[in-house]
Design a protein around this ligand. Sequence first.
Ligand SMILES: NC(=O)c1ccc[n+]([C@@H]2O[C@H](COP(=O)([O-])OP(=O)(O)OC[C@H]3O[C@@H](n4cnc5c(N)ncnc54)[C@H](O)[C@@H]3O)[C@@H](O)[C@H]2O)c1
Length: 309
Amino acid sequence: MKTFLVTGGCGFIGSHLCEALLAGGHSVRVLDDLSSGKRENLPPGAGLIEGNVGDPATVREALAGVAGCFHLAAIASVERGVREWLATHLTNLGGTVTLFDAIAMVGTPIPVVYASSAAVYGEPAALPLAEDAEKRPLSAYGADKYGSELHAAVATHVHRIPTVGLRFFNVYGPRQDPHSPYSGVVSIFAERLARRLPVTIYGDGGQTRDFVFVADVVRALTAAMKRLPPGAPVFNVCTGVGVSVRELAERIGVVCGVAPEIRHGPARDGEIRHSVGDPEHGRRALGLGMPVPIGEGLARLLAASRLTA
Ligand SMILES: NC(=O)c1ccc[n+]([C@@H]2O[C@H](COP(=O)([O-])OP(=O)(O)OC[C@H]3O[C@@H](n4cnc5c(N)ncnc54)[C@H](O)[C@@H]3O)[C@@H](O)[C@H]2O)c1
C-alpha cells in the first residue's frame, strides 16, 4: 500500500482516479482549492488539503511522505484562458512548476504523472494525431499544457524526477458537471436529452472529436504511475475514433430513447474542425487494452447519472 497525492482530486477525472486508487488498497491525499471541484466528489477515505497548487508551502506539505503524485489540478477551460489569461496561467503552468520545484527541493525523486491535453496540437495538419505531430497550441490553455510538458522534461533531465505526461482528448463520464458553462458537450447533451430538452449544435455538427471514457483515462493514469517509462515521455489518451457532434447527439438520443430535437447556433470562432488522436504508442507503452466504445461509455454514463428513460 502506498500513499499518492492527487492534485485536483475533487474534480471530474480526479475523483474517479481517487476511487480507483482506494479500491487498489492505496491511501489518497488530495490537494484541491475547490474552485471547480466539489468536496462531495471525494470518495470516503481520501484526505483533503484545501489549498492552491500554486502555493509552494502548501504543495510541500501535501507532498510529505507520498510515493507519487498525479497532477490534475488545472483551470480546465479554454474559454477561461481567453478571459482570465494570467490567472489561468498561474494555475495551469505556475502550479505545475510549483509542484516540480517543491519535489526538487525535497530532494526525493517523487514521480509525477500529469494531465496534458490534445489542445497542445492546435489545428492538426494530418489525422490521426500522433504524439510527434507539430505542437501549435491556439489557446493559452493549450500553451500552458505544452509548457507543462517542457517543464516536465526539465524536471526529469535536470532534477531526476520521473515524469509521464498524458494528453487527454475529450473525456466524458459520470460526475462531469453539465451546469458549468465550460462543460464538455457530452455531459450537456446527456443531461438535456434525458430531460427531453432540445440541444444546440454550434455550426453544422460535422466537427469531430475523439471522446474517451473516464475509466480509460484512469487506467492510463494508474498504468503510467506503475510503469513510469523513462525519458519524460508524453502519450495520447484517446480512442482513435472520431465522432461528429451530430452523431453524438443521435447516439445519446438512442440511449435515452428519444429522437433529439437539434437547434443550430453560429459556428464558434476558431473552433478546430476535426480532432482524432492515435492511441497506439500510449497503449503499447502503458500496456493498455482496447478503450471503451462510445456506445457503451454513453450507456454507462447515463446509467450512472440515472439519466436513462
Ligand atoms: N475533461 C477533459 O476532457 C480534459 C481534456 C484534456 C485535459 N484535461 C485535464 O485533466 C485535468 C482534470 O480535468 P477535469 O476535467 O477533471 O477538470 P475539473 O475542473 O473537474 O478538475 C480540476 C480540479 O482542479 C482543481 N483546481 C483548479 N485550480 C486549482 C488550484 N489552483 N489549486 C488546486 N486545485 C485547483 C479544481 O477545483 C478541480 O477539482 C486538468 O488538468 C485538465 O486540464 C481534461
